[in-house]
Design a protein around this ligand. Structure first.
Ligand code: 2HG
Ligand code: ZN
Length: 476
């Protein structure tokens, strides 16, 4: 069990970090002690905001000596309470937000070395500045930081072609729980020196150390892009449409996002300036993005031809292609506002789940039936990354029972029910949001015992005092 910090440690950290790097003032702490959705509330002994990896190293070394816990935090956009400290208030909240330098950017290495606090939108801008791009995008790009993206193995809307953070991180710098600094930023494309510490830290949610910088893979800039919105009868049709488009356009299909009519309605109700892109109502929609490399025929032309063919074959009921960049952005805004619209609507239980891609259409039908059978009146909003076999199977209580406790009543918790169905389908209870504190019990209950054994052994070996982000991944 970690200890509270001593007065001496508090004084030393206040002196070494200075007023910008150390605070106990309630107004400084408040925004960072509650998660984005307002579901988790924590307390902290102090907010530490170091500016260099050496300062992070000094903090961890001192905390290790006193067995004081540290909760690292980036943009505070976790969906699973992964960056919120516990309520007892003995740990330090360590913000990486002041560490946001780009240390190196190289077109010939196709690589950008960013500190952990750099915001994703700034990574995109820097890559574009040298004629490249960083191919990972998500709705929270204006706040999510490199360290958080690495630590949660974030996914988003371009995984279909480029993979999750695991495929895009070439190297890491991190402070390990004993205070040692791992210098792994070289970005080698090939490196087989035994166990891969980088991959172990990716997705570890700060439980094995604190990521202070990452070498990120850049790819060629896009020549042109085309974005379409399609109306569909079912997720089954959506999957057939995706495979048809891939058959014609190969890996130019970069995004394929599934959106049910109730998610679109929610966005239009809560997000000003949004409207339905198609004249007719459809039960389901898919947002498709296709790109073409510089110097090749335009993306719009190839997407238009492939969609015309899809309509002829009845794979889609209707489709519209954005005529310009403003329209493309408006279509993306509809998709990227779903989480915000859901938040404005009120309580909901989020289930970021994955099953094999081919099983997803059937899963959506059977899981809906099971949940609605046990929880009549609830609203299921299932949307997301169909081509990755990952949807957000979110459940809202009926309007007259507006509380999350309705969904966790005696006789069966709705999340347990969904996780059991996912596990039976050979799936995962966390696809891209991580485990955090929200799913720690569910992971312990549903995961393969061999996986749990290995995960616990690694945690115990690297962080024997349990000071790194306690209560996350492993139940507190
Ligand atoms: C998305 O795909 C995010 O928009 C958030 O992963 C999902 O709000 C959610 O459940
Ligand atoms: Zn998502």
């Amino acid at each position: 069990m970690p200890n509270p910090p001593s007065e001496t440690l508090l004084r030393q950290l206040a002196e070494s970090l200075g007023p910008r790097g150390f605070s106990r003032a309630p107004e400084d702490l408040k925004p960072w002690l509650t998660d984005w959705r307002g579901r988790w509330h924590g307390r902290t002994a102090a907010l530490l905001s170091p500016e260099t990896p050496e300062q992070v190293q000094a903090i961890v070394t001192q905390c290790a000596a006193e067995r004081v816990a540290i909760v690292p935090q980036g943009g505070n956009t976790s969906m699973v309470g992964g960056a919120t400290p516990s309520a007892e208030g003995n740990s330090f909240l360590l913000s990486l937000r002041r560490m946001r330098r780009i240390r190196e950017i190289s077109a010939s290495d196709n690589m950008l070395v960013a500190e952990a606090g750099l915001i994703l939108a700034d990574v995109h801008e820097a890559a574009e500045g040298i004629g490249r791009r960083f191919p990972l995008s998500l709705a929270a790009k204006g706040s999510a930081t490199v360290g958080g993206l690495v630590s949660t193995n974030a996914g988003g809307t371009q995984v279909l072609r480029f993979g999750t953070m695991r495929a895009l991180v070439l190297g890491l710098e991190a402070v390990l729980p004993d205070g040692s600094l791992y210098h792994g930023l070289s970005g080698l494309r090939k490196d087989n020196r035994g166990y891969d510490l980088r991959q172990m830290l990716i997705g570890a949610e700060g439980t094995l150390g604190i990521v202070t910088a990452a070498s990120l893979r850049l790819v060629a800039a896009v020549g042109s892009r085309a974005v379409a919105w399609t109306g569909l009868a079912s997720p089954d049709d959506a999957l057939r449409l995706l495979r048809h488009l891939e058959g014609r356009l190969g890996d130019r299909v970069e995004s394929f996002e599934l959106i049910p009519s109730n998610a679109l309605e929610l966005v239009i109700a809560h997000i000003p300036g949004t409207r339905a892109p198609l004249a007719q109502a459809h039960a389901w929609h898919a947002l498709v993005e296709v790109t073409a490399p510089a110097g090749e025929a335009g993306a719009e032309h190839s997407l238009a031809a492939a969609l015309a063919d899809s309509l002829d074959r009845n794979l889609a009921a209707d489709a519209t292609i954005a005529a310009n960049e403003a329209q493309a952005q408006a279509l993306w805004r509809l998709r990227e506002s779903i989480a915000e619209a859901e938040r404005k609507q009120g309580a909901s239980l989020k289930h970021d789940i994955a099953v094999p891609v081919s099983a997803m259409p059937g899963f959506l039908v059977s899981a809906r039936k099971a949940v609605e059978g046990l929880y009549p009146g609830c609203r299921i909003i299932a949307f997301g990354h169909l081509g990755d076999g990952n949807v957000h199977f979110n459940v809202q209580p009926p309007a007259d029972a507006c509380s999350e406790s309705w969904l966790s009543r005696p006789g069966g918790d709705v999340s347990d029910l969904i996780y059991d169905l996912v596990t039976a389908a050979g799936g995962s209870i966390s696809a891209e949001h991580g485990i955090g504190q929200m799913k720690a019990d569910a992971l312990a209950r549903t995961a393969d015992p061999a996986l749990l054994f290995a995960q616990r052994a690694i945690k115990a070996a690297l962080d024997p005092a349990g000071i790194m982000n306690p209560g996350k991944i492993f139940p507190g």
